[in-house]
Design a protein. Structure first.
Length: 514
RNA sequence: GGUCCGUUCGUCUAACGGUUAGGACUCAAGAUUUUCAUUCUUGCAAUAGGGGUUCGAUUCCCCUACGGACUACCA
């Protein structure tokens, strides 16, 4: 089969997109871009019960924030609803494609690959309970389908009557007996399953006239000419069903390739990463902040101060590596380097420390002026405003120490406000009886320093201390105490020069008098 | 329980039959910085266990253990 690579990301709008979901979208996108193909967004909202308002918008916005832009499906920030040259398969929301699916389900019945089933959910529950009591599991399959209320057992007349008398019926796939289904996964290789271990999945439900995932998914992938399906590992158990479905429709020849991605696991302990782990361990599990209907807020990478480029980069490395030692990749570089061959089979435990490291790397690469603008906005929320040139100089001095822009404040507060308290342990360590007079003489010396630059301060301060026979370490640390209030921060001369002569002298005198 | 998938330093991973099992994050030590951080150097640390196959197994096969997913008229 030749032709253009077409992949899709097909989430359900049942809540905010989890970072694992973003990774799946990213891998699809990278795969498509590398092969010059198309990345399609489709919304699988065939479960009216679990629909969550705002989830679809969230998905679109989250992908946009990451720079993962669908070639098809999204138009002006919304799902495309009418077919056009760019969106030939619109609508891309399955609830809007509703009329399309039933005929496919019925085609399967006509060809003997499916049947009508009339069991109510209460009856099914009862069967399950009964089986459980006997230590068994109830499976709707070849062993029961001809004993229960199905079109396989009932006469055509009876079936017709039941079909017309209500909507308590579904269409089920008639899973073949004892067939070895041979499958290939691009990441995992060959897999075989005996069809007898599988059940007769519901394909279509009359109650809401909607298909289930399995039917809608296969029909849409076929109609949308999807060539490669890259999805989460949770779908691997239904791969044989999907194979059989393609076969039953007569589409086996144009069936897409499949690749199943392993899960993202929680940083500690076992199991897959969940919203709770984020709350518990203090890192986001969602790309963007999300507020649920109860008003409960889940933090997002964007709001936590991650750069989208860093988020994408760290996500790409959770389950994939380029095979080289390069770790920092732009989205462009990722699409060049990406390959399913290098996707790891086993699940990846998420490591929040490494995530922070990625952001730090991006912060360092970022323009000082961009960082200064972001910091200025943050300062604004604190009611502080300074010329941007000043903020740029501050950023220059502290950016190496930060992981996030939001770290800037606690790393540089002393550039904006004089210390109002002094670290007592530092003070006790260096304070002597003559310290106030020493500080006064230094203030006086600095007073006459012109221009008040870092170099000038450095060149005069240290000889001055030596000439007077003072202890270098003690004096420098005391000056730092005057400027910062603690034993931290940029170089003393840097701080003095940037803060300015008057402010420097006033801080020194303030400490001298304390 | 059944079906399927998986298992290399604490974590992410490299090594696709032959390496002193490599790198990154974390942590520790030293140097630099008269602070803190940065930077640099060094260190700690792994092939789940048992059988095969092979001259040789992290790598191939089997068993066991452990982990995970699925087992809905949810996706």
């Amino acid at each position: 089969m030749t032709g253009r690579t077409r992949v899709r990301f097909a989430p359900s709008p049942t809540g905010p997109l989890h970072m694992g979901g973003v990774r799946t979208a990213l891998y699809n996108y990278l795969y498509a871009k590398q092969r010059g193909g198309d990345f399609i967004l489709r919304i699988e909202d065939t479960d009216s019960q679990r629909f969550v308002p705002g989830a679809e918008e969230y998905i679109i916005e989250a992908l946009a924030w990451c720079g993962i832009s669908p070639d098809e499906g999204v138009e002006n920030g919304k799902m495309a609803e009418t077919p056009s040259e760019k969106h030939p398969h619109a609508p891309y929301r399955q609830s809007q494609r509703k009329p399309l699916y039933r005929k496919y389900a019925e085609q399967l019945i006509e060809n003997g690959f499916a049947y009508y089933a009339f069991d109510t959910s209460e009856e099914l529950d009862a069967y399950r309970k009964e089986a459980e009591a006997g230590g068994d599991t109830f499976t709707y399959n070849y062993q029961v389908r001809e004993k229960l209320a199905t079109s396989l057992k009932l006469s055509p007349a009876e079936t017709a009557e039941r079909l017309s008398s209500g909507n308590h019926w579904v269409i089920r796939f008639k899973m073949p007996v004892d067939r070895i289904v041979k499958m290939t996964d691009l990441i995992r290789g060959d897999i075989e399953v005996n069809s007898s271990t599988l059940d007769d999945k519901v394909l279509w439900k009359a109650a809401d006239e909607l298909p289930t995932y399995h039917l809608a998914n296969i029909v849409d992938d076929h109609l949308m000419e999807i060539t490669d399906v890259i999805r989460g590992e949770e779908w691997l158990p239904s791969l044989p069903l999907h194979y059989m479905l393609y076969e039953a429709f007569g589409w086996a020849g144009s069936k897409p390739n499949f690749a199943h991605l392993s899960l993202l696991l929680k940083p500690d302990g076992k199991g897959k990463l969940s919203k709770r782990d984020g709350d518990r361990l203090g890192f986001p599990v969602f790309p963007l902040e999300w507020k649920n209907s109860e008003g409960e807020i889940s933090s997002g990478y964007r709001e936590e101060g991650y750069f989208p480029e860093a988020f994408v980069n760290l996500l790409a490395f959770l389950g994939w590596n380029p095979g080289t030692e390069k770790e920092i990749f732009t989205l462009e570089e990722l699409s060049e380097a990406f390959s399913l061959d290098r996707v790891v089979k086993s699940g990846a435990k998420f490591n929040p420390d490494k995530a922070k490291w990625f952001n730090q790397e991006y912060l360092r690469m970022r323009d000082t002026s961009a960082l200064a603008n972001e910091f200025a906005a943050l300062l604004n929320t604190k009611g502080i405003s300074r010329p941007i040139a000043y903020i740029e100089q501050v950023v220059e001095l502290i950016k190496e120490r930060a992981h996030f822009v939001k770290d800037f404040w606690e790393l540089s507060d002393y550039f904006f406000t004089a210390p109002d308290t002094y670290d007592q342990t530092v003070k006790n360590k260096f304070w002597k009886e003559e310290t106030p007079s020493v500080l006064e003489s230094i203030a006086k010396m600095l007073e006459s320093l012109e221009p008040f630059t870092k170099e000038n301060i450095e060149h005069s301060l240290s000889p001055f201390i030596k000439e007077n026979g003072w202890q270098m370490g003690a004096v420098m640390n005391t000056l730092r105490l005057a400027m910062v209030g603690a034993s931290r921060g940029a170089g003393v001369a840097d701080i003095m020069a940037l803060t300015g002569k008057q402010e420097t002298i006033s801080r020194i005198e303030k400490l001298a008098k304390s």
